[in-house]
Design a protein around this ligand. Sequence first.
Ligand SMILES: NC(=O)c1ccc[n+]([C@@H]2O[C@H](COP(=O)([O-])OP(=O)(O)OC[C@H]3O[C@@H](n4cnc5c(N)ncnc54)[C@H](OP(=O)(O)O)[C@@H]3O)[C@@H](O)[C@H]2O)c1
Length: 318
Amino acid sequence: MNLGRAGVKVSRICLGCMSFGNAAEWMIEVDEARPIVERALDLGVNFIDTANVYSRGRSEEILGELLKGRRDEVVVATKVHGAMGEEPNDRGLSRLHIFQQIAGSLKRLGTDYADLYQTHRWDYETPVEETLRALNDLVRLGKVRYIGASSMYAWQFAKALWTSDRLGLERFVSMQNHYNLCYREEEREMIPLCRDQGVALIPWSPLARGFLTGRYKRNEAPDSPRLRSDRWLKERFFRPEDFDVVERVEELAKEKGVSMAQVALAWLLAKGVTAPIIGATKVQHVEEAVAALDVHLTVEETRRLEELYKPHPVLGHT
Ligand SMILES: NC(=O)c1ccc[n+]([C@@H]2O[C@H](COP(=O)([O-])OP(=O)(O)OC[C@H]3O[C@@H](n4cnc5c(N)ncnc54)[C@H](OP(=O)(O)O)[C@@H]3O)[C@@H](O)[C@H]2O)c1
C-alpha cells in the first residue's frame, strides 16, 4: 500500500522497535530481537519504525545490526525530538539538533539514509518553518527519503502542512499517532484531517501497550515486566470502561476463533489506517499481527467493538 500520497509501498503491518533496547525491564536485546525481525521480514513486513530516543540509541543500533545485508528490503523509519542529552540543544526540532541527530541515527542504523524521518512531538520553542526547512534540506541531501510526523494537536499538523505548501517544501506524508480501541480521541480532528490531506495513518500502540490482548483482567492484581517498567501503560488504561472494551474484544475473539490481538488489529485495519505499528517482544506477536490481515469484521461486529467506548483525556501528545 502507498504511504499516503508518497509512491513508496509499505506493508500493512509496521514493526515497532521501542521494545528493542535496554532502558526498561520489559525490553529485549539483540539476540531476542533477531528472530522477531527475521520472521517479520519473512512474513512480508517491509516497514520498521524506531526512534533516536528509544533506549538512547540502542534500539537503532539493534535494528542496524539486524538489517545487515537486508537494508534495501526495508522502509526504515526513525524519529527526532526527544532529549538525547542534558544540554539545551540536545532536544527539539531546531536545525542544529535535527542535523546532529540524523547523523547519529544513520550511524547507529548503519545506513546512508532513512526512508521516513519523523518529528516525534511538536517543538513549542522552534518555528515550524525552521524545522520544515531543515527536513527539506535533508531530503535534498539524500539523507532522508520522506518526512513524517508523530503525535500533536490537529491544529499544529494543519499549520505544518500549510507551511510546507506555502513555502514549497517537502510535506509530511504520514502521521504516527496514538489510536486503538481503548483510545479513539484522534477520530475527532486528526484522522479526518489526515484523510482530507492524503496523509498515511500509522498508529502507535495499536494494542494499548498490551492492554487489549486480555493479559490484564478486571479485579485481578495486574503484573507483567512491561506493567512494572512502562509507566504509560499503568497511567493510561485500566479504567473500568477500558475493561468493558477489552471484554467485548474477548467476546468477539472467542466467537471468531481468533486472538484478541488479531481482533484489535483487524479493527484498525478496517478503519483504513495504512499500517498499525505493532510492538513485539516474541515472534508470536509478529505472527499474530500478520494473521490479523485475514480477519474480517462485519459492520455489526465493528459496531459492537465500538459501542462501549468512553472518551479519554488527550493521551500521548506531549
Ligand atoms: N510515536 C510515538 O510517540 C510512539 C509511542 C509509543 C510507541 N510507538 C511505536 O509504536 C510501537 C508499538 O508500541 P507498543 O509496544 O506500545 O505497541 P502495542 O502493539 O500496543 O503493544 C505491544 C505489546 O503488546 C503485547 N503483545 C503484542 N502482541 C501480542 C499478542 N499477539 N499476544 C499477546 N500480547 C501481545 C506485548 O506485551 P508484552 O511485551 O508485555 O508481552 C507487546 O510488548 C513502538 O515499538 C514504537 O515504534 C511510538
